[in-house]
Structures are given as C-alpha cells and as structure tokens.
Design a protein around this ligand. Structure first.
Ligand code: GAL
Length: 710
C-alpha cells in the first residue's frame, strides 16, 4: 500500500523535535528518585530530545483493578518537560502485572503443544483474551485521560514488539476467535472445505465448531489451516494494537501513535500493520559478530520504508554497545554504533533511539548496554552517545527527506508464511535467504531498494525482483504483467507463482499466472540435495522442517550444479558459474535462453531466461546462482533498466545513500570496512559532516554527510 502523504500529526512532531529524534527507552521506575535529576542533566548533555517512558510500567502504575498510582509518573513527565525532552509515552500493555494473571489465568498463552506459558518473563498474554483486552483498554483510557494535556507528551508507543515472544496462542478462547475469523473469511463451511483442500486425509468439516487451531498433530497439519492461523494470529495482535489506538485517537487526536516492530520478524506482517500507524518504527539489533550485519539491518530498514510508501520511520531501539541475549554478546566496536546509527538515517530513519537510557542494575537485562553504562558517564559508550547526539543536531534538515528507490524487491507476507510451511520440495528455500541473496549485490551496487508488496504501485520503479514469490494471486500476476508490458524490467526466481491464496497449486505448468509474462513454463522441480547442518549429512529430502515450525535453522545448501551461459549472452565470464538449492525442467515458451544447466539431472535445460514482453523485459532464474553470477546478472539488469548508481566506482564496503526533499539533497557515505577509504567529492555537494577537500576521507567505520541542492 502506498502512503505518500505523511499524516499531519507526524509533521507536527518533526517540527516540535526540530530535526532527527535522539534518545531512548527510559525506565526511571528501576531507580531511586535521586537518580532522576542526574538522568535529566545527562540527557541534556547528550542532546536527547525524545525519551520512551513506561514500556514495562503496568505493575507500577496499577496494583489492583481500579487502583492507580500515577504520582511518580507525573513527576517524571514534569522533569522531562522542564528539560525540553519530549516523551514517547508507552501504553504499558506489553507485560501484564502478576495480579492480573492471578485474577484471570486464561490471559496466559498456550503453545501448539498445549503447554501454558507462565508469568515471570514478559508478553505472557494471549492476544485473543477478552480479559487482557478489557484490562488493557481500561489502563490505556486512564493513561490517555491523565496525560492528554501534559506538555511532555509527543508520541504514543503502543505495546512493545508485538509477537516477539508470543505470536500466537492455541488455547480454547483463541480457537473460538479463530472460528469467528474463518466464518468472516469463508462465510460457509463448504467454501472453507474447498479452500483448505479437506477432501485430502478425511479432513472434511461439517461445521465451523469442529475447527481447532493447528495444534500438534500426529503428522503434518493441514497447510491452509496453518496459513490461515498465521493470518488470524497476526490479525489478533493487530486488533490489540488497534483497540488501543482507537482509545488514544478519541482522547488525544493530535498525538501520533506507533509501535516498534521487531527486525525481520516473520509472524508480524509489517506491510499489513503499517497503514494502521501514524509513523512506523523498528528495533534493530544487528550482530557485531556477523561481518555482513549491515545487510540484515539494511534489508529490515528497506522493508519498513517500503511498507510505508517511502515515508521516514523511527529507529526506536538499538543497543548502545552489547545486547544480553546472544550466546556471546560482542559489543559494538568504537565507531560502529555511530556508523550503524547513520546507516538507519541513510536508509530513511528520522530517529536514532536506543534501548535503553540507563543500564539496569538488576533483572534479566542488566548486562545489556545502556547509553549511561553501569560505570557511569565517564565511559567510551556515553562519550560516543554524546558525540552522536551533537552530530545529528547539526543536520536538522535531514529529517523529513526521503530515499527515492529505483529498484523494488517483492515480498508478500502470505507468500513467506506459505513458502516455509512443512512438506515443500526443499526446506532450503527460505524467504529471507532468497531476499538477502538479491539484496546483497544491490546494496553493494549503491542502488536504493524498496521492499514492497507485489500489489504496491510499481510505477516509480525501473527494476522489480520477485525472489520466491511462491503464493501468487492471478490478479497480482496480471498487474505485474501489465507493468512489464508498459516497459518494466522484472526478474522472478524459481518456485514462484506456484500456488493460489489458499496454497492450492496453479495447474498446467508451474509459474501459473506468470508463465506468459516470463515466456517459460516449469514442468518439474528438481531440488538439489541439502546439507543438514545438525547431522552433517547430505539428504535429498528435507528433514529439518518440523510441523508448526516457523524457523528454518539447521538447513544449509549442500550441492550445486554448473551453469553454462550461451555465447555472447552471459554478462561476463561465467566459466565457473553455479547454481545452488534448486534446478528444474523449464520449457521455453517465447523466452530466450541466457544460461543452461550444464550438469545434474536437468543438464541442458534452461537455467536463466529473458523474455521481451511488450515494451518491457521479464527474466526468470530457475536456480539460485552463485553470488558473483547473481551480481553480474543484476548489473546487466540494472544497466538495461537504466538504473545508475548514485556515485560511480565506490570502494568496497562503502555504502552510499541519497535522501532528498525541500530543494535539498543529502548524500550519506558510510565506510563499513576497517580500512581507510576515499571517495571523490561530487560536484555541487559540500561536506556537512566528515573530512576531506576535493575528496571525502572515510576512516575505518567513518561517516560523511554531503549536502547540495536539488
Ligand atoms: C527489545 C525490547 C526491549 C529490550 C531489548 C533488549 O526486544 O523491546 O525491551 O528487551 O530488546 O535488546
């Protein structure tokens, strides 16, 4: 969905903040009140202009039904207002207090295997629980009423990372809600039977009352039941969000609301949620131990920005240094927090916020870094925070500018859910892996990418790539076809267009409704053996996918097949080109072969094809080519589509991004490598942040922000 116009409440928020938002989660209830004055002083020193308060304060503000203590929170908000710090006030519903789950144990979520999750951690609520929703609504009403006119209130923070720990509950109350959801979707039971293919394995229902969530079954549960349950569970969480949003909108219509999405989190369909928010925000925890962590982060940012039609978004949380929840928690190296913060800004963020302001003394996150560490203000971490706060304040005009992307990657959450269900031809085919496969070379090329739903308006894009678009509605295929015929360049990878919205196969040759666009048809899948990382064995059949699992860990590509590019057709020297994960029997139906499989079961069959269609071009990739081959193919596609990189010949490891608006253009250069690099200063740009004359000097992890007019 395209949301080109930012809501006016967000424009007002930006004016109030005066530029990029800077700050983080502030949990004063964990500290004696004497510490608060020091917090306020240090916030000023660090340039903090926004603090997220109250995310886990439900038990502190409400000790029993109807018994509230807001006095301490009044004092915190007054303190913030007095120090010019705006408040992103949380609705506090992310962790129900012990009295509530004691009173209503049915609030507790139940797993697919029947185990009830106990309180003692956080997010222990069943999204469909009426008791939870009622008590949440009561609390939110009380909060909104109390703080509607408080001068510190600038933004509402609804819940927290919906679905991070509990994305679905399989209890009886959820079963009733699921049946209601199915009645709305299918109206009558015969339509559901047809959609779910229940003629298979004697699964036919004669009444909606017989339907259950896909609890652990003796063997593979019905795939469409699983798919619909993923949709329903996501809707249940969204309904929790919307119920709170409606209360807030009625009481504080001028205050925008957001919720913080979790980074690359499959259960929550960001594209479906985004239009329900005034402003989208994201928590980003790239792993400093991963050399390509910037790509994970970049992909998550481009998904979020794409979901909001290109609007700026908020980086709601990131670690100042280390997290506490990996096996080994590497800290960000000196300069890396600054670099990664600027990466978010380069990719469209209007806020750099952290978890959390002051590092906790006790509790499960005491070894998670804070902007103010245990050791205090005389620390490397606080110094880096303070410097970044000052630096961001030097470019207030950046806030509100936009990234204009010429390339789109297509992602449909329904298709992601369906693609990774059990009993597929290969468990090695995963959505994030295939997105990342194309994302990495595009990122390195400097071409900005939006990740968008296939039904989004594609008119502004020159090149569109569909990695494993497994579930495809015929209407979507028709729109893609029209876009290609009008001059678009489309590339589609294998195992796309296979099923409809109900996970039923499009008959008559795979690729179904896209076959004509691509000028090919697929007769038979020939997936390649995979390595089971757990057992170290090579197997022809996926053993790693378990029923109800939403994770594909443990499966890595095993063998590969050689690819031979036709004379003159290959972009460069592809003597060593290979494909992994997949091969298949492809028939040419108008497309031209660019490369063929050179060994394996389908040796001699087309592996890469190109089809002139109307004024456009449609590519098909019947395997996952190796990284160098994919890069070369993408270079050719970008050239043919007329996509120019923002700067030519960027050194390896240097990211470039352009944000523009209001007659101004910012070029942001980020050196992700540990080597010093230089980039010629382009005409018409001056260095706002960074060093150099004639050329931009980028030390290891260095950042430069250049500015010019449009
Ligand atoms: C997020 C969460 C925060 C904090 C943080 C630690 O998932 O929203 O409350 O737990 O992780 O990394």
């Amino acid at each position: 969905m395209l949301l080109p116009d930012e809501p006016s409440v967000v424009t007002s928020l930006r004016r109030r903040l005066g530029g990029i938002a800077f700050g983080g989660d502030y949990n004063p209830e964990q500290w004696p009140e004497e510490v608060w004055a020091e917090d306020a002083r240090l916030m000023k020193e660090a340039g903090v202009n926004l603090a997220t308060i109250g995310v886990f304060s439900w038990a502190r503000v409400q000790s029993a039904p109807g018994v509230f203590d807001f006095d301490w929170l009044d004092r915190v908000l007054d303190l913030m207002a007095a120090h010019g710090v705006a408040v992103d006030l949380a609705t506090m519903t992310a962790s129900p207090p012990p009295w509530l789950t004691t009173l209503h144990p049915q609030i507790l979520p139940v797993r697919a295997d029947g185990v009830t999750l106990s309180p003692g951690g956080r997010q222990h609520f069943n999204p469909s629980s009426a008791a939870y929703r009622e008590h949440a609504a009561y609390l939110v009403t009380a909060l909104a009423t109390r703080y509607a006119d408080h001068p510190a209130l600038a933004l509402w923070h609804i819940g927290n990372e919906y679905g991070i720990h509990v994305a679905a509950s399989y209890d009886d109350e959820s079963a009733i809600a699921f049946r209601g959801w199915l009645r709305d979707r299918y109206t009558d039971i015969d339509t559901l039977n047809d959609a779910w293919s229940t003629a298979f394995w004697s699964q036919r229902y004669s009444d909606f009352e017989q339907i259950l969530p896909p609890r652990i079954a003796p063997t593979l549960p019905n795939p469409t039941q699983q798919l619909d349950f993923a949709r329903f569970s996501d809707d249940a969480l969204l309904a929790c969000y919307n119920a709170e949003r409606e209360i807030l909108r009625a009481i504080t219509p001028d205050v925008p609301a957001t919720t913080n999405f979790l980074y690359l989190h499959k259960p929550v369909n960001v594209q479906r949620w985004a239009p329900h928010m005034d402003l989208a925000s994201l928590d980003s925890y790239p792993d400093p131990a991963k050399p390509d962590a910037r790509l994970d982060a970049g992909l998550a940012y481009d998904i979020l920005r794409g979901a909001r039609g290109g609007q700026p978004w908020f980086l709601m949380e990131q670690a100042p240094a280390a997290v506490n929840w990996r096996a080994v928690n590497l800290r960000k190296r000196p300069g890396q927090m600054r670099l990664w913060s600027w990466q978010a800004v380069a990719q469209g963020a209007d806020a750099v916020l952290y978890f959390q302001w002051r590092q906790s003394r006790g509790g499960a996150e005491k070894f998670h870094s804070g902007m103010v560490p245990h050791t205090g203000e005389q620390t490397r971490t606080f110094a880096e925070v303070r410097e970044l706060g000052a630096e961001l304040a030097r470019v207030p005009g950046l806030a509100g500018t936009r990234v204009a992307a010429p390339v789109a990657l297509l992602l449909d959450w329904d298709s992601w859910w369906a693609l990774e269900l059990d009993s597929r031809p290969s468990a090695a085919v995963d959505q994030l892996g295939s997105l990342a496969h194309f994302y990495a070379p595009l990122f390195e090329s400097g071409a900005a990418v939006d990740v968008v739903h296939p039904d989004a308006d594609l008119d502004g894009y020159r090149l569109v790539i569909a990695p494993n678009l497994y579930l495809l509605r015929p209407e979507t295929a028709q729109r893609l076809d029209a876009w290609v015929r009008a001059g678009g360049h489309l590339a589609v990878s294998f195992f796309s267009g296979v099923v409809d919205d109900c996970d039923r196969v499009h008959l008559g040759g795979y690729l179904g409704p896209l076959a004509e666009t691509l000028g090919v048809s697929v007769e038979e899948f020939v997936p390649l053996p995979i390595q089971d990382a757990v057992n170290g064995t090579v197997t022809g059949v996926a053993g790693a996918a378990t029923p109800n699992s939403w994770s594909r860990s443990g499966v890595v590509p095993g063998s590969s097949v050689r690819l031979a590019f036709d004379d003159g057709a290959g972009p460069g020297d592809h003597a060593e080109a290979t494909g992994t994960i997949w091969s298949e029997a492809v028939h040419l139906r108008g497309a031209r072969q660019i490369a063929r499989f050179a060994d394996g079961d389908v040796s001699g069959w087309p592996a890469v094809t190109r089809h002139d269609r109307g004024a456009g071009t449609a590519w098909y990739l019947a395997t996952r080519p190796d990284a160098a081959t994919t890069s070369a193919l993408l270079r050719r596609m970008l050239d043919e589509a007329g996509v120019e990189p923002p700067l030519p010949d960027l050194p390896e490891g240097v990211q470039v991004s352009v944000r523009q608006g209001q007659g101004e253009r910012y070029v942001i250069l980020l050196n992700h490598s540990t080597r010093r690099q230089t980039v010629p200063l382009p005409d018409g740009l001056t260095i706002e942040i960074g060093d150099g004359a004639g050329e931009v000097d980028l030390p290891a992890f260095g950042v430069a922000v250049l500015r010019g007019s449009l």
